[in-house]
Design a protein around this ligand. Structure first.
Ligand SMILES: *[C@@H]1O[C@H](CO)[C@@H](O)[C@H](O)[C@H]1NC(C)=O
Ligand SMILES: *[C@@H]1O[C@H](CO)[C@@H](O)[C@H](O)[C@H]1NC(C)=O
Ligand SMILES: *[C@@H]1O[C@H](CO)[C@@H](O)[C@H](O)[C@H]1NC(C)=O
Ligand SMILES: *[C@@H]1O[C@H](CO)[C@@H](O)[C@H](O)[C@H]1NC(C)=O
Ligand SMILES: *[C@@H]1O[C@H](CO)[C@@H](O)[C@H](O)[C@H]1NC(C)=O
Length: 314
């Protein structure tokens, strides 16, 4: 008995024919599927329309099975009668099916802290091994060697693309991706105090990471600022919000609050716009002055030290 491997696409594919070499001493011939007769001579016993006879001559007796499927796997026997002696030869049909993912979870959005279960069902013969991998993680990033991927108490860094791969040794693995989006409340990652001298353009910026993207508001004390009022403009570009003063005056100096909000919450940061002293033609220097008089003094003193440096250096 010999094994015959047949590679099939999903459920049906190709045809196969079984050939039996005979000689003129043979009086009766038949092909069997397990113990069921498919054909005996030219007589069809099988009711399966996929089974047809191909050749019945004194030298060869062959049948064909069309659209072979996985259920056809098993032993097939050519049975012949020679000089009243029955003889059989067998072939074992092994049907192989490349891995294919049949059902996979859709992309999903969850809040941080929730539990997520992804599913990836695959068929194939032999039964494929299914693995899940987190693509946003460097290296292999395997997270599950199973059809199910369960993440409890999901964190923001667990968001991203997950790849399900179904593998057997018949053909290339079948691979599909699922995206997990993890919502989390805003977190202000950058809010820098800024120094600007009177009459200059000043920009305060505030950067927040959040999913969904944060919306920003700017306050000075309890007053909400808006574009067009008091010579300021507010611009939001993705994670960053900027508050622009077109022409900074003394009264603009002070603390500003940037509030970042999304549906999961809000957070705020205080940013100071302070006076900066800049001597024309010289590198900028910074004075965090309290009133204009002391700032002016400090500027004077600073210019002096800058000149001193100049003379020492050259
Ligand atoms: C062979 O036998 C199996 C088991 O009875 C059956 O499922 C399959 O359809 C048969 N195939 C053919 C080609 O007769
Ligand atoms: C996929 O699996 C889910 C969960 O088991 C089930 O509800 C759904 O009907 C399946 N879809 C298909 C197309 O098999
Ligand atoms: C800035 O404001 C000052 C005081 O109001 C004014 O004198 C000056 O012309 C303004 N500069 C610009 C560029 O608008
Ligand atoms: C501005 O904010 C700083 C730091 O948050 C604080 O120390 C300071 O008192 C505030 N100044 C005013 C005028 O509110
Ligand atoms: C800023 O956050 C603090 C602490 O969460 C809160 O008490 C305060 O009201 C917030 N300020 C604004 C303007 O939202």
């Amino acid at each position: 008995m010999s094994d015959y491997y047949l590679k099939c696409a999903i459920y049906f594919c190709c045809f196969i024919y079984f050939m039996c070499t005979i000689d003129d001493r043979v009086t009766r011939v038949a092909w069997l599927n397990r113990s069921t007769i498919l054909y005996a001579g030219n007589d069809k016993w099988s009711i399966d329309p996929r089974v047809i006879i191909l050749v019945n001559t004194p030298t060869q007796y062959s049948i064909m099975i069309q659209n072979v499927d996985v259920y056809d796997e098993g032993p097939y026997t050519c049975s012949v009668q020679t000089d009243n002696h029955p003889k059989t030869s067998r072939v074992h049909l092994i049907v192989q099916v490349p891995p294919q993912i049949m059902n996979i979870s859709s992309d999903i959005t969850v809040n941080e802290g929730s539990s997520v279960t992804l599913l990836c069902l695959a068929i194939g013969r032999p039964e494929p091994t299914v693995t899940w991998r987190h693509l946003s993680v460097k290296g292999q990033g395997f997270v599950s060697e199973d059809e199910y991927l369960e993440i409890s108490d999901i964190k923001r860094d667990q968001s991203g693309e997950y790849e399900c791969s179904a593998l057997n040794d018949v053909a290339a693995p079948d691979v599909r991706k699922v995206k997990i989006t993890v919502n989390y409340p805003p977190y202000i990652s950058k809010a820098k105090n800024t120094g600007v001298s009177v009459g200059q353009k000043g920009i305060l910026s505030c950067e927040a990471s959040a999913v969904p993207m944060a919306e920003f508001q700017w306050f000075k004390e309890d007053t909400r600022l808006a574009t067009g009022l008091d010579g300021v403009r507010i611009e939001n570009k993705g994670r960053i919000s900027t508050l622009t003063f077109f022409n900074v005056s003394e009264k603009d100096y002070g603390n500003y609050t940037c509030v970042a909000t999304n549906k999961l919450g809000n957070t705020n940061a205080s940013i100071t716009l302070y006076g900066e002293c800049r001597t024309p033609g010289w590198p900028g220097a910074v004075i965090d002055g309290v009133n204009s008089a002391s700032r002016a003094l400090a500027c004077l003193w600073l210019s002096g030290t800058l000149f001193a440096h100049f003379f020492i250096k050259f």
